[in-house]
Design a protein around this ligand. Structure first.
Ligand code: C2E
Ligand code: MG
Ligand code: MG
Length: 404
């Protein structure tokens, strides 16, 4: 019988200090599951050096209990390395330890596949690897920088208009129609090519360059919005703003001025603010967000579930939409806890009159599940990864043909 999985495109790195386990994993992954490449290293340091030289590793499988640098530290190091592939835990530790390792991986925003207990069976590996959305890893389109970008490179990026805005479609769960897009910025670096936001956002947030980037994105995205409208598509446009912008009392005026200049109704714009950015009772943030809201701009709380005291924030700030963090969605299939978080967030949001967006809809299983879980809008690689502006209208035509 033909297997129901296809891992033949996948490159995997196994990190385990026990030679017999790592050898066994290599044989199963390579010979039975037919992965494209399987590499084995025996320590975290070796793994880090290896990843420096081999940026395209789709999956890292890591033992938790290793001498010197253990699996927990490895999770943090992968985060610092901006590892963009998937991560699976292999361990013989108690489930309590594995649960907190999983929690740690989520907090660090690592794409966690889950964990399997030793001794590992072929079925466990198949199930774990099936959590990977084929060809949908972000580094397929945008690879992280190996050396941090210099400030002058970022300034040049703005001046020479090297930042490019990609758009990811947002789909209505019931009608399956496209209702909007999220603007996700990339830097088209003259030497390094297309680079993802985690190679430049944090550096820009340390300086006032982040304000320049927000303005750049708003200006270009509103122009794009006008073009889509003239082609018959009135879409909601979501733009991410950094925490610093909540302190910027000039932001509402800037955006309202642009909307007027481009003749774009405020109700078509959503600003996404990461949950962890919101301090309680922060006077400037309250003023900025309320002013935007008063003028009809929609506000969305992004990555919901990753910050603290979420309920209080929902009550204080004038949000219209709640985006449930992709890590909860990705794990909702396998973890009862994550599923419970998604379900209760949906109930809460509905009570407060908020629209619910599920991000991270990566597989057909999640796509089907999103209906039952009650999200209004879905976004994720299963429908489309973020795409170039020039490809968006074609994508919409194709989507509409397939879903009419
Ligand atoms: P975000 O706003 O939470 O955006 C969603 C991220 O999840 C995007 O990563 C998107 O490509 C990715 N994603 C979408 N669908 C899936 C899926 O099915 N599975 C998985 N695993 N990931 C999915 P991206 O483009 O790398 O952006 C990362 C973050 O950078 C964004 O997170 C946002 O916080 C920030 N960002 C992006 N553009 C801008 C910008 O122009 N300004 C600011 N301030 N932040 C930005
Ligand atoms: Mg967002
Ligand atoms: Mg998000």
């Amino acid at each position: 019988m033909k297997p129901t999985y296809d891992f033949s495109w996948m490159c995997c790195l196994v990190i385990d200090d026990c030679h017999s386990v790592s050898q066994y994993l290599q044989v199963v992954l390579q010979d039975s599951l037919n992965l494209k490449e399987v590499y084995v290293v025996h320590s975290a340091n070796e793994a880090l050096n290896f990843l420096d030289e081999n940026p395209v590793i789709h999956v890292v499988l890591c033992d938790l209990n290793m001498e010197q640098v253990d699996g927990l530290e490895m999770i943090r190091l992968l985060k610092e390395k901006r590892f963009r592939g998937y991560f699976g835990i292999i361990s013989s530790m108690a489930s309590k330890v594995i649960n907190s390792a999983e929690q740690l991986a989520k907090v660090h925003n690592i794409n966690l596949l889950g964990s399997i207990a030793k001794p590992v069976s072929e079925e466990d590996l198949i199930q774990l690897l099936s959590g990977v959305g084929e060809k949908q890893l972000s580094f397929d389109q945008a690879k992280p920088s190996s050396t941090p970008l210099k400030i002058y490179e970022l300034i040049r990026g703005i001046e020479k208009e090297q930042f490019e805005i990609y758009y990811q479609p947002k789909i209505n769960t019931l009608t399956r129609k496209i209702v909007g897009v999220e603007a996700l910025t990339r830097l088209n670096h003259p030497r390094q090519g297309i680079m993802p936001p985690d190679s430049f956002i944090a550096a820009m947030e340390h300086t006032t360059l982040i304000n320049a980037l927000t303005q750049y994105v708003m200006k270009h995205a509103l122009k794009h919005w006008k073009e889509w409208q003239s082609n018959g598509h009135t879409l909601n446009l979501a733009i991410n703003i950094s925490p610093q912008e909540l302190n910027n009392l000039d932001l509402p005026e800037y955006l309202l001025g642009l909307l007027q200049e481009h003749d774009v109704p405020a109700s078509n714009i959503t600003l996404e603010v990461t949950e962890s950015a919101l301090d309680l009772n922060q006077a400037n943030a309250l003023e900025v967000l309320n002013r935007l809201s008063m003028h009809g701009i929609k506000l969305s709380i992004d990555d919901f579930g990753t910050g603290h005291s979420s309920l209080e924030r929902l009550r204080i700030y004038p949000f219209d939409e709640l985006k449930i963090d992709k890590n909860f969605m990705l794990n909702a299939r396998k973890s009862d806890n994550d599923r419970a978080i998604v379900e209760s967030s949906v109930i809460l949001a509905k009570r407060l009159g908020l629209q619910v967006v599920f991000e991270g809809i990566e597989t057909s299983e999640l796509y089907q599940m999103s209906n039952h879980l009650g999200g209004d809008i879905i976004q994720g690689y299963f429908m489309s990864k973020p795409i170039k502006e020039s490809d968006l209208l074609d994508w919409i035509d194709q989507w509409n043909q397939q879903n009419s």
